[in-house]
Design a protein around this ligand. Structure first.
Ligand code: AMP
Ligand code: MG
Length: 490
């Protein structure tokens, strides 16, 4: 039996200017280190066959499967605010698209599979550490219910990549509802290729927003729909303490999925100004800046779409501003509703927003662990709140707030058990804590030991369950375990 991918490629049928045809570069000795079996099944692939040497060769880019039409996608992008007219897939190759079991079209892409015409000075390769990081964090996001690209497989290539030192090379197979980015539109906008922008917008509508096909102003509605999905996505990030780290326009997905896991991280202690990425010296992509940056990126997208709005520039700009104007309210609505759920409120009353903000302020002042404070607050619905207090440097800061919170929840009819269950369903026990991710990477890179990786992935697959046997995975880092910086690792 040979591995069969039921490819139905659509992006590769777009005009030549959209991509470069390029095959992956064969590697020395591919070895499969992880296959996401449930995801394989969902994609209509046979997991047993993918685990054979033939499967590993495909997932490493050594053999191209039947029906693939490998391309590197063209895109541009603002990186830390500076526009680069040509980026493109420099180390990623789209093998093709399949329709999954739910009828959703999904890209299957190899990341780290060799140079492409867009590689610039890069080697087209990925090191094992960042591949494992993306695998862990993207699958954790999925388990948290947050829209994201997924990880189908990780292979080591048997070759070294040269970064600061020689590191084991690896390839990640990434699955996305598409890899179209804000930067994809920018690629054509900077070339003043309005026809290509229209082709791309039509492709995006059919693929991600089919309900807009027959509307009167599909391109306006498209922008509005993308704005709405981004507002929702960023709210979801904030509600779990996620910091993307490189919200460049080329890392901003049109489908509303989280994409490009580089120096991303979850924060431990709550700090709105938190930054982990070593290259984000100005804090542009700090935790609390993310909504503002998303709107900035969407504004760049709107600029690309102006020629589709109206021939009259002023009119088009006014229409775009009108649509972008919805972002703040949409973000706030999603964020506030999420916060209300996190503190266990079933109804909405005057003063709720201030009550919740006071908790966040106290958490920031007291370096309270973001994840555990909310998780243990769920238990506090049914107990005296001792475990929440313990998260605060000055426990009295919580006591004062808890009195107001208890008075507020007493106005609702739900039982303590009901409230606790509802809170536990939205407040995870387990997130991919930096120090755990780092430890897993060290074991794999230094000792070729993947047992810690497997265990971490398994725990993070059920983030809302207590899993007493793995309780230590919920712990914040000890002072000497703290990871202060993360790296792109490219
Ligand atoms: P990223 O920071 O991963 O979003 O990548 C930004 C741009 O740099 C994209 O165009 C990537 O394809 C490209 N890039 C990153 N790493 C490499 C590499 N090792 N070789 C070639 N291109 C790369
Ligand atoms: Mg990128």
């Amino acid at each position: 039996m040979t591995v069969h991918f039921p490819f139905q490629n659509s992006y590769a049928a777009l005009p030549d200017s959209f991509f470069a045809r390029v095959a992956p570069t064969p590697v020395a000795a591919p070895r499969l280190i992880k296959l996401n079996r449930p995801l394989a099944v969902q994609l209509g692939l046979d997991p047993d066959l993918l685990e054979t040497p033939e499967g590993a060769a495909i997932l490493a880019g050594k053999t191209v499967p039947e029906g693939a039409d490998p391309i590197a996608m063209a895109y541009a992008g603002h990186q830390f605010g500076h526009f680069v007219p040509q980026l493109g897939d420099g180390r990623a190759i789209l093998l093709g698209e399949v329709i999954d079991r739910e009828g959703v079209r999904r890209d299957i892409q190899l990341k780290g599979s060799g140079p492409t015409p867009f590689s610039r000075r890069g080697d087209g390769r990925a090191a094992l550490g960042p591949v494992l990081r993306e695998y862990i964090v993207s699958e954790a996001m999925y388990a948290l219910g947050i829209p994201t690209t997924r990880s189908l497989a990780a292979v080591v290539t048997g070759e070294h990549v040269i970064r600061e030192t020689a590191l084991p090379g690896a390839v990640l197979t990434r699955v996305a509802s598409s890899h179209i980015r804000v930067g994809t539109f920018q690629f054509f906008a900077v070339r003043r290729d309005t026809e290509a922008i229209r082709r791309l917008a039509d492709h995006v509508i059919i693929r991600h927003y089919p309900e807009l096909r027959a509307t009167e102003r599909p391109y306006h509605d498209l922008l509005a729909a993308i704005v709405a999905r981004q507002a929702e996505l960023i709210a979801r990030w904030l509600l779990v303490g996620f910091i993307h780290g490189v919200m460049n326009t080329d890392n901003s997905s049109i489908s509303g999925e989280t994409i490009d896991y580089g120096p991303c991280a979850f924060m431990d202690a709550y700090n709105p100004a938190q930054v982990f990425s070593s290259i984000d010296e100005m804090g542009r992509y700090a935790y609390a800046n993310q909504p503002r940056i998303a709107l900035w990126n969407l504004t760049r997208l709107a600029e690309c779409l102006l020629p589709l709005f109206s021939d009259e520039q002023e009119k088009a700009v006014a229409q775009a501003q009108d649509i972008l104007g919805a972002f703040s309210d949409q973000f706030s609505a999603a964020y506030q509703a999420g916060l209300r759920r996190k503190v266990g409120l079933f109804t909405m009353r005057d003063g709720d927003e201030a009550l919740i903000q006071d908790l966040l302020d106290a958490m920031a002042k007291n370096q309270a662990d973001f994840t555990l404070t909310f998780r243990k607050l769920g238990d506090a619905a049914a107990d005296d709140g001792g475990d929440v207090r313990a998260q605060f440097m000055e426990p009295a800061a919580f006591d004062e707030w808890a009195g107001r919170w208890r008075a507020r929840i007493a106005l609702e009819p739900q039982s303590a058990a009901e409230r606790q269950a509802a809170m536990h369903a939205v407040n995870p026990m387990f997130i991919p804590r930096n120090h755990r991710v780092e430890a897993v990477i060290q074991a794999a890179v230094n000792d070729d030991n993947y047992a810690p990786f497997e265990e971490l992935v398994q725990v993070l697959a059920k983030p809302f369950q207590d899993q007493p046997d793995y309780a230590a995975y919920a712990d914040p880092p000890l002072p000497d375990q703290r990871v202060l910086q993360t790296f792109c690792g490219t």
